[in-house]
Design a protein around this ligand. Structure first.
Ligand SMILES: Cc1cc2nc3c(=O)[nH]c(=O)nc-3n(C[C@H](O)[C@H](O)[C@H](O)COP(=O)(O)OP(=O)(O)OC[C@H]3O[C@@H](n4cnc5c(N)ncnc54)[C@H](O)[C@@H]3O)c2cc1C
Length: 358
C-alpha cells in the first residue's frame, strides 16, 4: 500500500533516494532528506503500528541530531529516564543517575509516529513492500538485523520482549545480569514497563509466550525477577521474539554485495549498551550529506557509498569495539562475579564505561 501526504510534491531536479526498511534508521533518514528537498520513497516489509523486540530505552542521541533529521517532536511526551539500577542474580550491585536523561517510548508508538512524520515531510511510504537484496544506485538499506551466517552451527541469540502493567521498579531502567543472558526493564508510556531480554538460545519447547519469557529469565538465575513479573500484568499482544541475528561489526564471513547500509543492517551494537536506536538515528544523520550530494548529481553513487562508509566507521568503530569486549564478560559467571564485587564495593566505573559506548 503506497501512502503519500496530500501536500507531497517532488521537485524534478533531484534523483529519488529509495530506502529499503521503514524502521528507525529508514524513516528518520526519509524525514531528514525531505527537509533538504530530496525526493524519497520508503519500502517497508511490514506495516504500522507494530511491536518490535527492543528495550525501548533510547540513550546517547543529541537534540541536534534529532533536529537535523527533523524528528525531535516525536519524543515530546516520551518518559524521561534518569536513574538506572544494575542487578546480578537478584542482588543490586550498582545504582546511578544517567549523565543525560534517556527516552522511554514504545516502538509501537515511535515507529508509527516516524512514519507519519516522514509522510508529513513529503516522503512516499509503501507498506507491506519488501525489496530484493541487491545493489541499486540510489537505494539505501535500512533493513535492520542481519541473519547470523553461523546459524545453525553455533548457538545464537534470542530476543524476547513484553510490556507489563503494575510492575514497580527500583529505577527508571533496571538491568538484570545472569547466566547466558540479561534483561532490561524500562519505563515507557501509560505507566507500562517494557521487559526485554537477550538470551543465548536454548530449547523453548512448547511453552506459551509469557512462560517462554519467564523460562528464559529463570534460566539466567533471576528467580526473584520471575516472581515480580508473575505478580504483574503482561500485555500479551505486545509479546514478541526474534532469533538468529548477528551482533557486532561486519566480518569477512558477511556478504558484501556493495549495498549502502545504515542502522543495524550496517552493524549491530550489543543491546546492553542501550545505544542501537541512537546509532540508527546517528547513521541516518551521517547519510544526509552524501545522499543529498548524490541526489543533486554532485557525486557518483560509488563516491556516496564510500563517503558514508568512512563516516560510519569513524563514528562507530570505538563504541562497537568496546561493546564487543564487554558483552561476553556480562554473560560468563567468572567475570560476572568480578563485576558483582566491583559493583558492591562501589568500584564499578559505570559512567566512564557508559561514555565509551556512546
Ligand atoms: C533484545 C534487543 C534489545 C534491544 N534494546 C535496545 C535498547 O534498549 N535501546 C536501543 O537503543 N537499542 C536496542 N536494541 C537495538 C535496536 O532495536 C536497533 O538497533 C534498532 O531497532 C535499529 O534500527 P533499524 O532502523 O536499523 O532497524 P529496525 O528498527 O529493525 O527496522 C528495519 C525495518 O526494515 C524492514 N525490512 C527488513 N527487510 C526489508 C526489505 N527487504 N524490504 C523492506 N523492508 C525491510 C523491517 O520490517 C523493519 O521494519 C535492542 C535490540 C535487541 C535485539
Amino acid at each position: 500500500m503506497a501512502r503519500r501526504h496530500p501536500h507531497a510534491s517532488f521537485p524534478d531536479l533531484k534523483d529519488t533516494v529509495t530506502i529499503a526498511g521503514g524502521g528507525l534508521a529508514g524513516l528518520s533518514l526519509a524525514s531528514g532528506l525531505r527537509l533538504r528537498g530530496v525526493p524519497v520513497t520508503v519500502h517497508e516489509a511490514g506495516s504500522y503500528p507494530r511491536h518490535r523486540v527492543c528495550g525501548e530505552f533510547i540513550s546517547g542521541v543529541s537534540a541536534d541530531s534529532l533536529d537535523a533529521l527533523g524528528i525531535r517532536d516525536v519524543f515530546h511526551d516520551a518518559r524521561l529516564l534518569e536513574s538506572v539500577a544494575w542487578f546480578s542474580r537478584g542482588r543490586k550491585i550498582h545504582s546511578d543517575s544517567l549523565p543525560e536523561p534517556a527516552y522511554g517510548i514504545s516502538r509501537y508508538r515511535l515507529d508509527e509516529r516516524l512514519r507519519d512524520l516522514a509522510l508529513e515531510h513529503g516522503a512516499v511510504v509503501h507498506e507491506k513492500s519488501r525489496l530484493p537484496r541487491e545493489p541499486v544506485p540510489g537505494q539505501v538499506w535500512a533493513t535492520g538485523r542481519r541473519p547470523d551466517p553461523l546459524f545453525p552451527k553455533f548457538r545464537v541469540w534470542m530476543g524476547l520482549k513484553c510490556h507489563f502493567q503494575g510492575l514497580p521498579l527500583e529505577a527508571d531502567l533496571e538491568m538484570h545480569l545472569g547466566r547466558d543472558g540479561y534483561i532490561g526493564l524500562a519505563r515507557i508510556e501509560d505507566g507500562r514497563v517494557n521487559v526485554c531480554g537477550l538470551f543465548l538460545k536454548g530449547h523453548g519447547g512448547r511453552l506459551s509466550k509469557i512462560e517462554l519469557l519467564l523460562d528464559y529469565i529463570s534460566r539466567t538465575g533471576n528467580e526473584a525477577l520471575v516472581k515480580r513479573l508473575r505478580a504483574a500484568e503482561p500485555d500479551l499482544g505486545s509479546f514478541l521474539g526474534v532469533a538468529d541475528f548477528k551482533l557486532g561489526e561486519r566480518s569477512a564471513s558477511d556478504d558484501d554485495l556493495g549495498l549502502c547500509e545504515i542502522g543495524d543492517a550496517d552493524r549491530m551494537i550489543p543491546p546492553f549498551t542501550g545505544n542501537g536506536m541512537s546509532m540508527a538515528f546517528q547513521g541516518a544523520e551521517l547519510a544526509l550529506d552524501p545522499l543529498e550530494r548524490w541526489s543533486s548529481g554532485r557525486i557518483s553513487w560509488d563516491e556516496c557509498r564510500s563517503a558514508l562508509r568512512s563516516a560510519l566507521d569513524g563514528k562507530f568503530h570505538r563504541r562497537m569495539q568496546t561493546a564487543s569486549l564487554i558483552h561476553p564478560l556480562l554473560l560468563r559467571s567468572a567475570y560476572r562475579r568480578l563485576i558483582e564485587s566491583l559493583g558492591i564495593s562501589g568500584l564499578l566505573p559505570f559512567r566512564p564505561l557508559l561514555s565509551l559506548v556512546r
